[in-house]
Every structure is written in structure tokens, then in C-alpha cells.
Write a protein that binds this ligand. Sequence first.
Ligand code: F6P
Length: 345
Amino acid sequence: MQKIGVLTGGGDCPGINPVLRAVVISAMQKKYKVIGILDGWKGLLEKSYVELGLDSVDDIINKGGTILGTSRTNPYKIEGGPEKCKKNAKALNIDALIAIGGEDTLGVATKLYKDGINVVGVPKTIDNDLAATDYTFGFDTSVNIAMEAIDRLHTTSESHHRIMVVEIMGRHAGWIALFAGVAGGADIVLIPEIPIDMDEVVKILKQRRKNGKKYGIVAVAEGATFKDKSFIIQKEKLDSFGHVRLGGIGELLGSKIEELTGFETRVTVLGHLQRGGSPTAADRVLGSRFGIGAVKLVEKKKFGRMVSLSGNEIIDVPLEKAVGKLKTVNPEFYELAKTFSESGR
Ligand code: F6P
């Protein structure tokens, strides 16, 4: 009988539990055993796990977070980490390991596959920045949360004749800010891919005032930076993948807008609100399809591969292709936001 181990690593994301539910249900139908490794790669290093059966995944399709817990542990940053992972996978009699994660978790999965573990990947991240898949689950939920926040900020912004800056997640890619900004009718969308030009921001906001719009919404991705390199935020905390703890761009941008325009400006940081709570229907369905797809890859012994969404089809791609390069917002997509900004309305 086959035994599958499944783990979730990196930031949590709405839609993980639907993946886990689908993995367990489809694995049971094939008479496989499933264990859940707790807290990402940390669990494999420490051999901490739970047996997963149909009861474990009852009523979790609508639940955010991950029932297995997660961490940002990188075994390749720990002495003897990869060897320990290999040894423990063997000791746990795991025939295949399903790793649900983003760039970092799947980067580790790719290396462990090369080091001899039978790994299959499932793409997860609210940021939607994983290459080799059209979309990741979690993205749709976070876009909808951010869009709703923008809608709410709109009405208060209008009543008080204020500019509202809303800081949205997105470390390297501005997909969430772009989609939520466009859907929420933000006046300006600022993303990590394009350094912020304050002259342009001021011009658009002033033009709006001239057009009689005394309020405005500026959506900024937390990973955005300024064209003027003297505008920086000091960040020191690093995780084990070397990423700084982001946050603070909204405050800096808000104070610059107020200083340069004289318009009252307030800032809202959405932070982890965008990752919590129930997944949308789209993320539940995508997560379920990915989970079933991952078990099919195990059945076919297609290791070192990741399930992926291509158009409306679930396909599989080499893990290596997914982690080599991030999928950032391309200029054509950004045009979408610019078209509305430049209208001055
Ligand atoms: O990778 C997803 C993400 O939510 C990013 O948008 C954000 O920068 C990061 O995780 C935050 O991570 P943490 O939960 O460690 O604060």
C-alpha cells in the first residue's frame, strides 16, 4: 500500500484546507495511507506528523489557514537538514511527499527531489507570483478581501474629502494590488514592478481635485519602492529564506502625498487580514482540483512535478520550472490600472 506524506509551508493561504481535503479523499479512494507532516519542513525535520483519514478532513472546505500548521523553515539553512529530511521520510515509510507551498517551499521541494525524495508540488500563494501556473489558489480570496476594503474606504474617503492610501500584500509582485485596485476603482495602483514616481502620483491626485473629485484611493503593494532612492523604509528582520518583514510603505507614501499635495491623507494597512478567513468559491474549487491532481501525479509516479492551472485545465509541469523565476506583473497588465488613473476620474 502506498503511503503519502503531505505538508504545507510558507505563509498560510485560503484554499489550503480544500487541497488537503481533496488529497485525503482521493488518496483514500485509491486505498493509499496519508499522513500530515506538521508545520511545513520543520515537521519533517522533527518527525512530527498526524495520521489523516476521512474524519480529519470533514467540514474543512470552508476553513481558512491550514489544519497542518505551517512555518518558514528552510532545511537547507540547517546543518544536516536535507539528510535529516531524507532519513525521516524513510523512517516514516513515505512513498511520496506532496508539498503545498509557494516559491520557497517548492524551492526546497525541488532540491529534495534531486536529493532523492519522491516529491510532488502544489502551487500556493496569495501573491499569485509563482511561474508555470496561470493562477494560484488563495489569490482570488485575498483580491476580494482587498477589494471590499477599498469599497469601504471609498465611502469614508468621499465623505471626508480625504486621500486614502491602502497597503496591500505582495512582496515581489503586485497582482493583488492590481486586481483589487482595478476592481475597487482605486485612482492609483502602485506595485513592486514599477518604482513609484511621486511627481506622477501628485499630478494624478491634483488633476482629480481639478475635476471636482476631492477624494481618492491609492492602492500600494507592500513590496513597492520609490523611484527617489532617498525614500526608504529601514527593515532588519529576516526569515530563514532571507526575506525582510515588509510593511511601512503605506505610511511613508501617505506622508509624502500629504506633504506634496496638501490634501489630508490617511493610511490603512490590510496586512494579514488578506490571508485569513474562508476561501472564495473559486479558491475552494481550484484547491480541490489541485489536490486531486497531486494524488494523480503520485499514482503515475510523476515525481519532481507540480500541478498547474493552464487556461481552465489542470496540467503538470516540472517543479524546477515553477521556482526558477517569479511571475511578476507585465506592462500590458499594468496598462489596465493606468488607463483608469490617467482618466483623472
Ligand atoms: O507570500 C505571501 C505573503 O503574504 C506576502 O504577501 C507577504 O509579504 C508575506 O507573505 C508575509 O509573511 P508573514 O506571514 O511571514 O508576515
